[in-house]
Design a protein around this ligand. Structure first.
Ligand code: GLU
Length: 291
């Protein structure tokens, strides 16, 4: 069997200005794609209705181009809702997803933080206590089949049903061998968020995990290059790929950049935003020299 051609992606979320940390990850992704003579997508991950802003989408494109990074095709997640909905239906039909009616407050009171390596850097989802998880076998056809009709236009939150106490292993091309175990490192995770309005045309939104897996598969991504804070998400995404019948790409999780206090760079570090550095007279070459 011949190896599929290298296909990678830059997947910024337009929730703030790109800073040095993003630039470094995207630079590495770009370099790896170009070295492999591959194709690179720019995927605008604009699904967070509260934090995504069109101005940030424009700014991130400008900043990437200023830095000399180019891409071959673009997609925007907010254009792709039917694809994510089809994946939700497929998981429901397989008995691998279920509706969850827990409020944020329920979750805060009952869910607990996953067993976490203190050096871990993730902004991670809490371990779910399985309150809404259906009892009985996974392939309980009457439950999922009945729910499927409700999910045509979802008005609820849905979770992925993870197998209990199951290690998920992969070898990261940069961070080395990784294993995360369900029920300890992460539990049944969100795949669909309920609508925030009562407008009947509002069907809510896929979670980052579901949208990412669907897009990576449908755009035939062969290698995912992203920040190390998403290592544990990779284990969740591998489970979703298996459940949806997708293949698993290779992964390269880059180290995170830190500020002078040792804190991970986040979008709130405006002083390290690419445009601030640019306004202060730094050239793209000066930025690249910092990596
Ligand atoms: N949109 C995510 C971010 O800005 C990256 C997701 C990914 O690369 O899978 O951190």
């Amino acid at each position: 069997m011949s190896t599929p051609p290298y296909t990678g992606r830059l997947a910024p979320s337009p929730t703030g200005l790109l800073h040095l940390g993003h630039a470094r990850t995207f630079f590495i992704a770009h370099q790896r794609a170009r070295a492999a003579n591959g194709t690179l997508y720019l995927r605008d991950e604009d699904l967070d209705p509260q934090r995504s802003r069109p101005n940030f989408s424009i700014a991130m494109r400008e900043d990437l181009l200023w830095l000399g990074l180019t891409w071959d095709a673009e997609l925007r997640q907010s254009d792709r809702l039917p694809l994510y909905l089809a994946a939700l239906h497929q998981l429901l039909a397989a008995g691998l997803a279920y509706p969850c009616s827990c409020s944020r407050r329920d979750l805060a009171l009952s869910a607990h933080a996953p067993h976490e390596d203190p050096a871990a850097e993730s902004d991670d989802e809490l371990l779910y206590n399985n309150r809404c998880r259906p009892t009985g076998p996974v392939a309980n056809l009457s439950g999922p089949a009945a729910d499927l009709s409700n999910a045509r236009r979802p008005r609820r939150t849905y979770r992925f049903r993870t197998p209990d106490h199951t290690p998920i292993s992969f070898t990261d091309l940069h961070a080395g061998p990784q294993t995360f175990t369900t029920s300890t490192d992460f539990g049944d995770f969100l795949i669909w968020r309920k609508p925030l309005t009562s407008n009947p045309s509002d069907i809510g939104l896929p979670s980052y995990q579901l949208a990412c897996v669907v897009d990576d598969a449908l755009t035939h991504i062969t290698e995912v290059v992203r920040g190390r804070d998403l290592l544990k998400s990779t284990a969740r995404q591998i489970l979703l790929q298996r459940a949806l019948g997708y293949s698993t790409p290779t992964y390269f999780h880059c180290d995170l950049m830190r500020d002078s206090d040792g804190l991970r760079l986040a979008k709130r570090h405006d002083a390290l935003a690419l445009r601030t550095l640019r306004a202060n007279g730094l050239s793209p070459a000066d930025i690249l020299a910092m990596f």
